[in-house]
Design a protein around this ligand. Structure first.
Ligand code: BGC
Length: 751
């Protein structure tokens, strides 16, 4: 129900009795001062604000006791006894840290994603949290952007399913349910497509791309009942998102029917000033008008709104005016949404909901088990020349800066995780095989001392072997000679990826590449494990390795999941949720790019869409790609009919067989292309996928129900005038184990 039409409720009664200052206080969202600072911090003490009834919610409390104390103080400071709600960044787990979201996306397992979110919700709720700033559902096709780590990858369909699964996991039957929390979809919108991959940078894109690629995960999260949304820092097509009424009030609320809460990002309202949208009063009026209900950290609503509501705003230089009356109505609208959110959380009935009694967190050991399983399902086996799995008795030389690492395994945005919860790879292997591997460092996490220092400003995880590179390398090579198999543990630091961690060259540091080349030259079988937060260009490394496992930052169970895979205690089933670049300069990159008039990348035929200097011997790891230990064969696909009317459905059936000797999980992917359309269309677009397990020898038929709705696409001179069309004619269906290795069937939609 739209909030303007709500019957008089507890919320309306409250609003009727509130002063302007009390209403404005509800719009103020402050940090607890116990967590991460990601922007300009505020000088005013939280206690002073609480006593004056000037806080609507707090994020970043670190214990039930501290949340409870703040609630008591807020209630004492509020004439009408309006409680706070508590929020936190729960991105890929809470105390139990699961693999990065980009890693979880590679599991393509929605049940797993829902379970990890539900577990995180239970841990968060046990600490008195009511809302989490997740799921982060920013599509990103740019490996340079550091926050690709937090997101669902490059594809709209996969991301949409993830948005729905994670929302269900966080919220359960409803966000007021015990042991669950309210989800907050972020960052609205297109934050994952900044210019040149630079964090916070602006986005210019067609309304078609916005509608077809970047907005669908938000639509899916809302359809799954997500209770709140966080606005992105960037501008989209010249209008900063914190002032973007057409997208917030227009698309999100108007077109999608979202009736929840919209919060700003950290100082996002204030940043409208730097965006050139006008001085603070104009920024505030614009944000409130655009539909940003709560102002996180900046306190600009608190500072500017009293005078704005008294005097109104007339800023001809900024091209923006609002009457005092309109501003007063906008304050009411935002306050109503905040109070409705609190009501839905059950806080208006019981201000101590979730804050009383003793915390009832789920069992940590069950969380660890889930985290280990999730890590094994999230890692993607990219190459295996028959080397893996290793026999338990294999004498392993474990080499590389991540061989004994704990802290980096947590990955970015693990604000409540603890490094001591991680079992590092050397210990994980020892526990699984009863043989402790000999380890050597071999190279540093980063080569440049200045970069190391910069990363350490944000964390303390980048430690360095102070010995010369030559000595480190010599020791590693000597160790390699003494073993049966080398396992090289390489990758990025957790601060390398994440917020404000864009990189020009998404590849492995040079010393790690040198290490791998030196290890390959020993002639010993070489397994390379990459722990990273982004898709790195690892083509060269792949060519040198006998086996290559892309393990991301896998959380508390990350290294154990890797050990399980390497020694065959678990079967690899991960599939890339992002394309890995062949060369760092390929960014941005997606399998789903629109066709051009000169397709191809043959450097001997010039004047094609491609690069002159992209080496053509680099292996490619396309979207959807991943290997297992078994051998899955695909029979020819069959269509129930090859010409159908637009209102009919058609079935595509394909039989797959596990022709190997090990159990397997296969993700059958269905793509489509529309060779004749009104606007350029992607060469391939994922329209469905199904995952199934297969015992050795087992054969299964996978059926896809296809309707013409799956081929609708937007034609959109502007967002407001967009039309979703569905043309009759030819569609090509491509089915297979990834976006490249597919078989094709043609289908005709009749008028
Ligand atoms: C990030 C958000 C996060 C917020 C609060 C910002 O810097 O962009 O994703 O939820 O901080 O910690």
């Amino acid at each position: 129900m739209r909030d303007e039409m709500m019957p008089r409720t507890a919320v309306e009664d409250l609003i009727a009795g509130m002063s302007l200052d009390e209403k404005i206080g509800q719009l103020n969202l402050l940090p607890a001062g116990e967590g991460l600072v990601t922007g300009a911090s505020q000088p005013t003490s939280l206690s002073k604000r609480l006593d004056a009834g000037q806080v609507g919610a707090i994020f970043g409390t670190k214990s039930l006791a501290s949340a409870r104390a703040m609630q008591e103080r807020a209630l004492a400071g509020s004439r009408l006894g309006i409680p706070l709600f508590f929020a936190e960044d729960v991105i890929h787990g809470h105390r139990t840290v699961f693999p990065l979201n980009i890693a979880l996306a590679c599991s393509w397992d929605m049940r797993l994603i829902e379970r990890t979110a539900a577990f995180a919700a239970a841990e968060a709720a046990a600490e008195g949290l009511h809302q989490v700033y997740g799921p982060m559902i920013d599509i990103s096709r740019d490996p340079r952007w550091g926050r690709v780590a937090e997101g669902p990858g490059e594809d709209a369909l996969l991301a949409s399913r993830i948005a729905a699964a994670a929302t269900r996991g966080f919220q359960g039957a409803g966000h007021g349910a015990a042991g669950r929390v309210a989800a907050c979809l972020k960052h609205f919108v297109a934050y994952g497509a900044p210019q040149s991959g630079r964090d916070y940078d602006n986005v210019s894109m067609s309304a078609e791309d916005l509608l077809e690629t970047y907005l669908p995960p938000f639509a899916a999260g809302i359809a799954a009942g997500a209770a709140s949304v966080m606005v992105a820092f960037n501008a989209v097509n010249k209008l900063p998102m914190h002032a973007n009424g057409p997208l917030i009030e227009g698309w999100l609320r108007g077109q999608q029917g979202f009736d929840g809460l919209v919060v700003s990002d950290y100082t996002g309202v204030k940043e409208l000033v730097a965006h050139g949208m006008g001085p603070a009063p104009v920024a505030v009026a614009r944000a409130l008008h655009a539909g940003v209900d709560m102002d996180m950290v900046g306190e600009d609503y608190l500072r500017e709104l009293p005078a704005l509501v008294r005097d109104g705003l007339d800023a001809p230089d900024a091209g923006f005016s609002l009457s005092a009356q309109r501003l007063s109505a906008l304050v009411d609208r935002a306050c109503r949404r905040v109070l409705t959110f609190k009501q839905r959380l059950g806080l208006l009935d019981d201000p101590f909901r979730g804050l009383g009694g003793t915390p009832r967190a789920p069992s940590r050991s069950s969380g660890r088990k889930l985290a280990r399983k999730a890590a094994a399902q999230s890692a993607v086996l990219l190459k295996n020349d028959g080397l893996l799995p290793l026999a338990p008795g294999t004498k392993v030389a474990l080499i590389g800066p991540f061989a004994t690492d704990r802290a980096n395994m947590l990955g970015t945005w693990a604000v409540s995780g603890r490094a001591e919860d991680v079992v590092p790879l050397d210990k994980a292997i020892a526990a699984l095989t009863s043989h402790a591997p000999a380890t050597a460092w071999g190279a540093n996490v980063v080569d440049e001392p200045w970069l190391e220092q910069r990363l350490n400003v944000h964390g303390t995880t980048v430690t360095r072997d102070r010995r010369s590179k030559a000595r480190q390398l010599a020791e590693a090579v000597a160790l390699a000679h003494s073993a049966d198999v080398i396992v090289a543990a390489v990758g990025e630091a957790k601060e390398h990826a994440g917020e404000s961690s864009s990189r020009l060259t998404p590849d492995l540091p040079a010393s790690q590449r040198r290490l791998i080349a030196a290890l390959a030259r020993t002639g010993k079988p070489l397994v390379v494990v990459v722990f990273a937060g982004r898709p790195l260009a690892i083509g060269e490394v792949a060519a040198q390795a006998d086996a290559l496992l892309y393990a991301w930052h896998g959380g508390v169970g990350g290294p154990e999941g890797v050990a399980d895979l390497i020694f065959g205690a678990a079967e690899p089933s991960g599939r890339l949720a992002v394309s890995l670049p062949r060369h760092p300069g390929e960014a941005p990159l997606t399998y789903a790019c629109d066709t051009t008039g000169r397709p191809g990348n043959d450097r001997f035929t010039k004047f094609l869409t491609g690069w002159l200097d992209l080496p053509d011997d680099l292996p490619t790891f396309p979207f959807g790609f991943g290997l297992g230990y078994s051998d899955i064969s695909y029979a020819a696909p069959r269509l129930s009919r090859d010409a159908v009317r637009a209102d009919e459905t058609v079935e595509l059936r394909i039989t797959i067989q596990n022709a190997g000797t090990r159990p397997a999980v296969e993700t059958v992917q269905l793509y489509a292309s529309d060779p004749i359309a009104r606007v350029t269309r992607p060469g391939r677009k994922l329209i469905d996928f199904k995952q199934c397990s297969l015992a050795p020898g087992q054969r299964r038929t996978v059926t896809f129900q296809i309707s013409s709705d799956q081929f609708r696409y937007p034609v959109a001179p502007t967002l407001e005038t967009a039309e979703w069309v569905r043309d009759p004619g030819l569609i090509r269906l491509h089915v297979g184990p990834n976006c490249r290795d597919t078989q094709m069937k043609e289908l005709t939609w009749l008028t």
